[in-house]
Design a protein around this ligand. Sequence first.
Ligand SMILES: Nc1ncnc2c1ncn2[C@@H]1O[C@H](COP(=O)(O)OP(=O)(O)OP(=O)(O)O)[C@@H](O)[C@H]1O
Ligand SMILES: [Mg+2]
Length: 368
Amino acid sequence: MPDTSHHDAFVEFERVQKSYDGIQLVVKDLNLTMPKGEFLTMLGPSGSGKTTCLMMLAGFETATHGDIRLDGRPINNIPPHKRGIGMVFQNYALFPHMTISENLSFPLEVRKIGKSDREAKVKRALDMVEMGAFGGRRPAQLSGGQQQRIALARALVFEPELVLMDEPLGALDKQLREKMQFEITHLAHRLGITVVYVTHDQTEALTMSDRVAVFDDGRIQQLAPPDELYEKPQNSFVAQFIGENNTLEGTIREMNGDRCVVQLNNGDLIDAMPVNVSQVGERTRVSIRPERVEFNKDRLQEGVHTLKAEVLEFIYMGDIFRTRLKVAGNDEFVIKTRNAPDQVRLEPGAQIEIGWLPEDCRALDAPN
Ligand SMILES: Nc1ncnc2c1ncn2[C@@H]1O[C@H](COP(=O)(O)OP(=O)(O)OP(=O)(O)O)[C@@H](O)[C@H]1O
Ligand SMILES: [Mg+2]
């Protein structure tokens, strides 16, 4: 075994770039290190380079520049059957001429697993995806969602060290999708499988992952655990992409360490935490989560700036109230409050005053 200095690195992308046409880079500068057993999700808009990264890791595409290593070794030096990678791709077809059971048995046969062991593993995998009764059918005799579940079972049946999944639950209804989310993460953690997962669904990304990599334009914009990503977005793109978010634009007027004062476009002043702004006079877009806005004066911190707001709409959602406000010219400003016995239901037309803890208001890069 070659001794690698950092044993933690099971999957590594180092300065990886990819171009399909030799002109345009679709992956621009990818650096990523995953320890063994990590569940990492790539999340990002269509065309941001997620599938391309999975294809390079699987060895189906080669990087134009940079290195990709698996367990310390460059991926291209490992023969495909020794990679131990299970895959569920967006268009990863089942073998049409084989039955479902044969499809699942195949990766085990390739790995020289004995017959009785194979049968037990195939049964367990089919039960996991609730397809126990379908072993004798052929793929064409299944619905799209059922085929997707079989593809998932086939990727996991040989207990691979690394599993790559590209939108594996896309065709499933909400209930089965949530059940499978739980099954996949549970199984991966129990078996110590390292997973790179791709999804468009941010709730899925937040609930399943140890860390989430937010992609945009061929770059990772932020790589962090779910709570950090949601609560501490590092730039405007991530703040907008993850969860619901209120934005206001203005100019930095004062910088005092981890606090700043921002003058909004209408002249009002607010307190914020500087994140990727550094100078007085700089333009900024501040970001505040709807559940962190306070309108009860008693609960606002002494001395912080407040803003006047007009209530435009009140929506009862059962567990929460969602109230839309007009704030500093923005009539899409939303606040969310818990439906508690003493909670106020704001009436449309009411004039209120809102505020927040300065650390909940993040001063980020302004759009160009
Ligand atoms: N085989 C290919 N040849 C040329 N260009 C490609 C090829 N595959 C992907 N691309 C381009 O590379 C970019 C990244 O594509 P990729 O499939 O990695 O995006 P993605 O993030 O997976 O998007 P989606 O969420 O829609 O699946 C896109 O602009 C796409 O058009
Ligand atoms: Mg894709």
